[in-house]
Design a protein around this ligand. Structure first.
Ligand code: XMP
Length: 319
């Protein structure tokens, strides 16, 4: 019989049989899949699970602290947090090409994860949040969740004594099943039903070079947009929504003064499969409110635009 409860019970006993007393490492991103794996493994093997959370500095506002609060503080999961923002910024300095940025972010993520895993020398397993659609589709280049360690069966940079075996407890499940499992395991529903967020994070939402002075206003603008979507009960009606930083200066006026500041683009789409999408027809009054808040509350932003492009031909992300 297929129920969420059964999947959890069966999953737990299968995990216990498989790993025995061994320690398991998991790269926790804060996304739905790795979060559900963390919750499931924690329930199955408790302290034998060690999560590594790499804060790339390219996450959304307060996201790193939220991941730590949920897993370490509330659930008592062992989580090693690595604050790697400076390293990511240094690696991305001067890089403009989107695919080059993706490669740099993905490679550095793996490097940092391997460093941390290498310090946890007694672990024998590497857990991953692979779900069924990942298994079937694994060829797609653009969906290649840049910062999941997917193809790392014998994680290359690790010392020879650390031959990690792969543990993928969600391999047979679809996204909606994974979400139901997450709720049943006690994860907050805002986390489980969050819009997808790309592995390279704000790294591909700051067009061109990634700079800290661009990341900061982008994070705040994105936060305002999402907060208002939730407040107006529009969040669950769109499939994905976010802000993009355009490194373009535009003229504005404020009081007697003239400003010459940056531009934020808002993007919200409706889609079933993310292969095609239509731009969300959000109410004008709502867009007006979000635009005013962003311009009034964030220094350095003088203009907000709304993206009215469908996919195809435009992609959902701007890079
Ligand atoms: P596009 O922009 O290709 O996006 O229409 C389709 C979906 O994929 C997400 N996306 C990514 N996810 N790494 C990821 O993990 C990436 O490099 C990446 N690029 C796009 C995007 O957010 C959307 O949900």
């Amino acid at each position: 019989l297929w129920t969420t409860g059964n999947i959890i019970e069966d999953g737990i006993s299968a995990i216990r049989d498989e790993v025995g007393d061994d320690e398991v490492i998991l790269g926790l991103s804060g996304g739905v899949d790795s979060s559900v794996v963390a919750a499931l493994l924690h329930r199955a093997i408790g302290d034998q699970l060690i999560c590594v959370f790499v804060d790339t500095g390219l996450l959304r506002l307060h996201e790193g602290d939220q991941v730590m609060a949920t897993f370490a503080t509330h659930m008592g999961v062992r989580v090693v947090r690595v604050d790697a923002g400076e390293r990511f910024l240094a690696a991305l300095a001067g890089v403009i090409d989107p695919e080059a940025k993706r490669k740099i972010i993905g490679a550095l993520f793996v490097e940092i994860f391997e460093e941390e895993a290498g310090k946890l020398g007694s672990a024998r397993w590497l857990a991953q949040g692979t779900i069924y659609p990942d298994v079937i589709e694994s060829a797609g280049a653009r969906t290649g969740k840049a910062h999941v360690i997917k193809s790392h069966h014998n994680v290359g940079g690790l010392p020879a004594h650390m031959r990690l075996r792969l543990l993928e407890p969600l391999r047979e499940l679809f996204k909606d099943e994974v979400r139901r499992l997450g709720v049943e395991l006690g994860l907050p529903s805002e986390m489980v039903y969050r819009h997808p967020f790309p592995g390279p994070g704000l790294g591909v939402r700051i067009l061109g070079e990634v700079r800290p002075e661009f990341a900061e206003p982008l994070r705040r603008a994105d936060h305002i947009f999402i907060e208002e979507l939730r407040r107006h009960e529009l969040y669950d009606q769109v499939s994905q929504a976010f802000a993009v930083f355009l490194p373009v200066k535009s003229v504005g006026v404020m009081g007697d003064g003239r400003r010459y500041d940056w531009v934020i683009a808002l993007r919200a789409v409706e889609t079933v499969d993310f292969m095609t999408a239509r731009w969300a027809h959000l109410p004008y009054e709502f867009l007006d409110l979000v635009s005013r808040r962003i311009i009034n509350e964030i220094d350095g932003i003088s203009r907000v635009v709304y993206d009215v492009s469908g996919k195809p031909p435009a992609t959902i992300e701007w890079e």
